[in-house]
Design a protein around this ligand. Structure first.
Ligand SMILES: [Zn+2]
Ligand SMILES: [Zn+2]
Length: 304
């Protein structure tokens, strides 16, 4: 496996401080490349191997399509300042409007995805998304951005979600990193919920935990042994499937009966918040049997 740089930027020289930074912005130049590599590694002997392989190819496309892409539109500087002042996310997903860069991102992704070797239902979903008219595409964007993807159309929204991930990661990467908390379970950049969380091993932040945005890939610091969904510190338990290596566990909360996965990245930096979430579907099935609600969002986790 070829090595790539860290998928997250350092907005602050963290070697010079003793406290972890509140946020780490994504680096879209490495984020999707590293994810593709992780998906490939997870394929080995996995019952979901064909699907993980498809997502590896889709992640490759998310990386490749950025070459020469137009600059995404950003809010005005004073709007970003105002958002900070009022504890609001500067790239609030609910106020998203498509710009030239997003339309190019989506069109490139849909074109490149035609070459992916995938099962017929996925090809049909791609064809439907490609031929969708503007109003239908807008509805798909809204469904992804409000976590309201219809169960019967999960595959159709896969490509739209991938394009939105790229676009929001590119926008988040252009922020200056001076973000403020906007509430439990919400990304300080775009307000989307976490896909998972990770205990990291970066110098200056060892063994601290970060939530990972399901949309823009921003990481935000969040204390450990605390529900990332409701903020409760009571009744927190860590669960894993039998015979797992324990690197991906579920942090369950008895206050809200929800859970979000927690990755031990300090033990294996290659763990990816999205790829390892998809690859541990068995853990979600266990938690469902135990009566816990999945609080994380991951449009790649089909069939859950
Ligand atoms: Zn975000
Ligand atoms: Zn909770």
């Amino acid at each position: 496996m070829s090595s790539v740089g860290s998928p997250w930027n350092d907005p602050i020289p963290i070697g010079k401080i003793s406290e972890p930074p509140f946020v780490r912005l994504p680096d879209p130049n490495t984020l999707f490349k590293a994810r593709a590599a992780r998906f490939r590694l997870l394929c080995d002997g996995h019952t979901l191997a064909p699907y993980l392989q498809l997502l590896a190819l889709l992640s490759d496309i998310e990386h490749r399509l950025q070459d020469g892409l137009a600059e995404p539109e950003m809010p005005a500087r004073d709007a970003i300042e105002q958002a900070r002042e009022f504890g609001m996310p500067p790239l609030d997903r609910s106020s998203f409007t498509a710009d030239v860069a997003f339309n190019a991102t989506l069109n490139r992704l849909l074109t490149l995805a035609r070459d992916i070797d995938m099962p017929e239902p996925a090809h049909a979903a791609l064809a439907r998304t490609t031929s969708a008219q503007a109003a239908a595409r807008d509805a798909m964007v809204r469904a992804v951005l409000t976590d309201a993807i219809p169960v019967e159309a999960l595959a159709d929204h896969l490509f739209m979600a991938a394009a939105l991930q790229v676009h929001f990661a590119r926008r988040a990467a252009r922020l200056d990193g001076r973000l403020v908390p906007v509430g439990d379970g919400a990304c300080p950049a775009c307000a989307a919920p976490p896909v998972s969380s990770a205990v990291v091993g970066w110098p200056g932040a060892e063994n601290t935990r970060f939530c990972v945005c399901s949309l823009c890939g921003t990481l935000w610091n969040y204390v450990r042994i605390k529900c990332t969904l409701c903020g409760s510190t009571k009744g927190i338990t860590y669960r894993q499937v039998e015979q797992s290596d324990g690197l991906v566990r579920a942090e369950t909360c008895d206050t809200c009966r929800g859970y979000v996965k927690i990755l031990q990245q300090q033990e294996n930096p290659a763990l990816d918040p999205v790829a390892d979430d998809v690859a541990t579907l068995a853990l979600d099935l266990l938690l469902r049997d135990l009566g816990y609600r999945r609080g994380a969002v991951d449009p790649f986790l089909l069939g859950y």
